[in-house]
Design a protein around this ligand. Structure first.
Ligand SMILES: [Zn+2]
Ligand SMILES: [Zn+2]
Length: 153
């Protein structure tokens, strides 16, 4: 699927959801949404804000924050609270986990069907009711490893 078409479909979805929830779709909201969809690597509100300001100098960081929070409530993105990280926003709504690079802070999606399907530990019900499961892997990403490898020669 090419990018332009993908974005168009996403915008249609945004319009539909906003209409259903009675939320006014302002120009700024559309622009924030587009910027979000253009960035596949779990952007923070600050990242979106910095990119957006080039095209939309009047936009405020606070507006970006609030809009992203609204998108999260509408189920259009998922707010991520990774350990030691600022709040990030995930446009990938499929069940998945995350690998976080200790060096460049890049966040990569990880799929692990076996984990998703496996039985919970016994007596989990004593601890509480599990509503979702999310794994965080911390390490050094492939590109950082490659750079480190080249340095040694
Ligand atoms: Zn890295
Ligand atoms: Zn993700």
């Amino acid at each position: 699927m090419d990018n332009a078409k993908f974005t168009k479909q996403q915008i249609e979805k945004l319009k539909k959801v906003c209409w259903e929830f009675g939320i006014k779709l302002t120009h700024q909201r559309i622009e924030i949404f587009k910027e979000l969809m253009a960035e596949n690597n779990h952007p923070s509100a600050e990242t979106i804000y910095r990119r957006l300001r080039r095209r939309l100098p009047t936009v405020a960081l606070d507006t970006v924050y609030r809009t992203l929070a609204t998108f999260d409530e509408l189920g259009l993105v998922k707010k991520l609270h990774l350990m030691n990280e600022r709040t990030l926003f995930d446009t990938n709504l499929k069940v998945h986990h995350h690998f976080i690079c200790n060096r460049c802070k890049k966040v990569e999606d990880v799929y692990w069907q076996g984990f998703d399907d496996c039985n919970l530990p016994e007596r989990m019900d004593v601890v509480g009711l599990v509503e979702s499961r999310h794994l965080e892997f911390h390490g050094v990403c492939r590109s950082c490893l490659d750079v480190a490898g080249k340095d040694k020669t």
